[in-house]
Design a protein around this ligand. Structure first.
Ligand SMILES: [Mg+2]
Length: 280
């Protein structure tokens, strides 16, 4: 198959050729709605696969519900996507966050929900996003988590995985790294950050009640954050390898002529409302 080289190439899930020659880099990569949906689908799969592990981590220093909570939350996100097919990367992330807030209790629902919503809002309904834009969105998510959780580096929280990932990604963008290299490095930083929570004493959340006894256990929120960054890396790698992994069904860009000027995010009847929207 020979994909067209014209402007329509921008609508590939990811374009590693210089599809938009008016920008600086010779290998501008654009992440579109299908990419973001494939990412969140991989997160849902990873959360399901690691559900017992996350539960075990949370049982050690929390209340043992992290695996079940995230599993239920991301399963609900998948159903939401089926009902109201998001039309922009921003809508994918905002819908993800809104659903997590409505479906996941405890601290992780509001924290992850707000993180995804802020990331989406940072994207401004653009039809596709470059690596710098993606880095900016993750930076917005980190700022939101820091603010809402009032967590600092070293408090043994998800910040300890997300902050090094964002820092690594920002450096990679400045260095002009490829998305594959940048996201691989960011995922590795998140994983190392999660591992680094093991010797920490918790200063936030339920684990902090344990005081020194929280030492010696990986923070479950940092562990799930590392899963989310690993899913982002895997999505980019899969698409570069020609497997979009975007078999999440029903991408409804039927027969558009390549125009992407309809900036309205509310056309049609599936408004992707970002108010609380139960889909069970
Ligand atoms: Mg818990």
């Amino acid at each position: 198959m020979n994909p067209p080289d014209g402007p329509d190439a921008r609508f590939d899930s990811v374009s590693f050729d210089d599809a938009s020659s008016d920008t600086a880099s010779s290998d501008t990569v654009l992440f579109d709605t299908a990419f973001f949906r494939a990412w969140i689908t991989r997160v849902a799969d990873a959360v399901e696969a690691e559900r017992e592990h996350l539960t075990a981590l949370d049982s050690a220093i929390g209340d043992g519900d992290h695996g079940a909570n995230l599993s239920r939350g991301f399963a609900a996100v998948m159903r939401t996507f089926d009902v109201s097919s998001p039309r922009t990367p921003a809508t994918v992330l905002v819908l993800t966050g809104t659903t997590l807030i409505s479906k996941v209790g405890g601290a992780s629902g509001p924290l992850y929900g707000t993180a995804f919503r802020r990331a989406g809002q940072a994207l401004n309904d653009a039809p596709d996003v470059d690596l710098a834009g993606l880095a900016g969105a993750l930076g917005a998510a980190l700022a939101a988590v820091r603010k809402l959780g009032a967590a600092h580096d070293g408090d043994k929280t998800m910040v300890d995985a997300l902050a090094p990932a964002v820092e690594t990604l920002d450096k990679a963008v400045l260095a002009g790294a490829s998305p594959r290299d940048a996201l691989t490095a960011a995922a590795a930083a998140a994983e190392a950050g999660a591992e680094a929570t093991i010797p920490m004493q918790a200063h936030k959340g339920r684990a902090s009640y344990l005081g020194p006894r929280s030492v010696g256990h990986k923070d479950p929120g940092a562990a799930s954050t590392a899963l989310i960054l690993a899913a982002l890396r895997d999505t980019a790698v899969a698409i570069e390898g020609g497997h979009s992994g975007a078999d999440a069904g029903g991408d409804t860009r039927s027969g558009d002529g390549g125009e992407h000027d309809d900036g309205d995010d509310t056309s049609g009847d599936d408004t992707g409302s970002d108010s609380t929207d139960h889909v069970a």
